[in-house]
Write a protein that binds this ligand. Structure first.
Ligand code: HEC
Ligand code: HEC
Length: 408
């Protein structure tokens, strides 16, 4: 797909393929299995640490596979017919609906706030009531072009629906019950109508259709071309001279594109930068519990002794993956401070300084020796990856009511 404007068209095409039953998932990494199984299956193959450093140019255009990604998410809904634009519209209603959470206290938008680039502007995510989180809330901008999800890369993009389920049911995010979610959607008339516009008058809300719509809406932001895409497509006016210098450094001397490559500016691989721990995690017992639970559910041998975020090791179970995280996407990065998996770096200038120093102790980065002008040029380049945010307001809230046609 050329540029990012074909998003809806791709969704329509992908969805039609999915409902016609002839959609084939990409064989290499696709998996519908739960996180733990999927992770183990892919651990030894697709996620090796990056080999020897070389200078790599970014691709001239930034292709996305949005249609295929969404087709896969929507195929999981197992429903006969749908109007793709209405599925995204239904997903928007759900995204702001706090009654999808266990106690009705928070929605997806509570953490992935549209006016904060679908992140929350906090170093660490607040988590659910009395169940603190131990990671930063990632932005959902450009989700469709990512290849691995979560800071530790434990899900491939093909498992986006599994990530949405994780968000809904995990006790550290929304703590909900799948059947209760579907029942609540049946009993909120505006949501039921939005469901029927998306999936058909005769269908009854199911958790799979709800999850597919949330996945479709989540992947519908930040896919438009940015100034860097335009510059790379030959538009000489697209970037300031300083940002152009930053692009040259990014691809060349500073070696950033070695890891931040491809459509999302991420190689989808695991790297050790040795970002310092965020002391708040051990200072706040609720966050510590979140961290211990994470290691326990992923089968750590001695979860109670884990005092730090072990990164990808928690799910690959390889000692060599300790402290490795997946290269994050850089689309929209100017809007997503604070940075890194634990939010310990407040500004892009700090992130560039950190990479320039060669990262933390035992990092795989090498010191770069950039001067102040070069570091400023890299910051200007990163800001150019971030077009202005589009305004998005919450839909009106509907009251509960039981209505005919809710499928019971
Ligand atoms: C309590 C805060 C919170 C809520 C509520 C929440 N999320 Fe998240 N979300 C997070 C955090 C934190 C992560 C990263 C977790 C990790 O890396 O282990 C995340 C990760 C994600 C990702 C992966 C993004 C990426 O680039 O890797 C997606 C997609 C996502 N959330 C969608 C949703 C949707 C849809 C909902 C509502 C059903 C939701 N989230 C509700 C905090 C939240
Ligand atoms: C060896 C691979 C590698 C190289 C080379 C690299 N990065 Fe990174 N970068 C990462 C990883 C991995 C993270 C996330 C680390 C974490 O959260 O612990 C990251 C994080 C970032 C972030 C923060 C993103 C966010 O959403 O929090 C920015 C910005 C960034 N890098 C820019 C750069 C720039 C600029 C360069 C070149 C000077 C560069 N990177 C070189 C792997 C790399």
């Amino acid at each position: 797909m050329n540029g990012r404007r074909g998003w809806t068209a791709a969704l329509v095409a992908g969805l039609c393929a999915a409902v016609a039953g002839n959609f084939a998932i990409r064989a290499s990494t696709a998996s519908n299995a739960p996180a733990s199984t999927a992770s183990k299956a892919t651990a030894s193959t697709s996620l090796a640490p990056t080999p020897a450093p070389t200078s790599v140019a970014l691709p001239a255009a930034a292709p996305t596979d949005t249609g295929a990604i969404l087709a896969h998410a929507l195929a999981g809904a197992g429903l006969p017919a749908a109007r793709p634009d209405a599925v995204v519209a239904f997903g928007r209603e759900l995204f702001f609906e706090s009654r999808l959470s266990g106690d009705g206290s928070r929605s997806c938008a509570s953490c992935h706030a549209p006016d904060k680039a679908f992140a929350d502007g906090e170093a660490l995510s607040r988590g659910y009531n009395h169940a603190g989180h131990f990671r930063n809330t990632p932005s959902l901008l450009g989700l469709a072009s990512k290849t691995r999800l979560m800071w530790d890369g434990r899900y491939p993009i093909e498992s986006l629906a599994d990530v949405v389920v994780d968000m809904l049911v995990s006790p550290v995010t929304m703590n909900a019950d799948r059947q209760i979610i579907a029942e609540r959607v049946r009993q909120i008339p505006p949501l039921l109508q939005a469901w029927q516009r998306a999936w058909g008058e005769r269908t009854t809300p199911t958790i799979d259709g709800i999850v597919a719509a949330l996945a479709a809406y989540s992947a519908s932001h930040g896919n438009e071309e940015n100034a860097v895409d335009r510059a790379r497509a030959g538009d000489t006016e697209a970037l300031s001279a300083e940002a152009r210098e930053g692009l040259r450094l990014f691809e060349g001397k500073a070696g950033c594109a070695r890891c931040h490559s491809g459509a999302a500016f991420s190689d989808g691989r695991l790297h050790r930068l040795s970002v310092p721990e965020n002391p708040e995690i051990l200072r706040d017992p609720e966050r510590t519990i979140g961290l211990l639970r994470h290691h326990a559910v992923h089968g750590a041998r001695d979860p109670m002794s884990e005092q730090i975020d072990s990164g990808a090791q928690a799910w690959t179970h390889r000692a060599s993956d300790r402290g490795r995280f997946a290269t994050p996407s850089l689309r929209g990065v100017g809007h997503t401070a604070p940075y890194m998996h634990n939010g310990t770096l407040a500004t892009l200038a700090q992130v560039v300084d950190f990479h320039d120093r060669g990262g933390g102790r035992a990092s795989e980065l090498q010191p770069l020796g950039l001067d102040a002008r070069e570091r400023a040029a890299l910051v200007a380049f990163l800001e150019a990856l971030s077009p202005p945010l589009q305004a998005e307001s919450a839909p009106p809230v509907g009251d509960y009511a039981t209505v005919a046609g809710a499928g019971r």
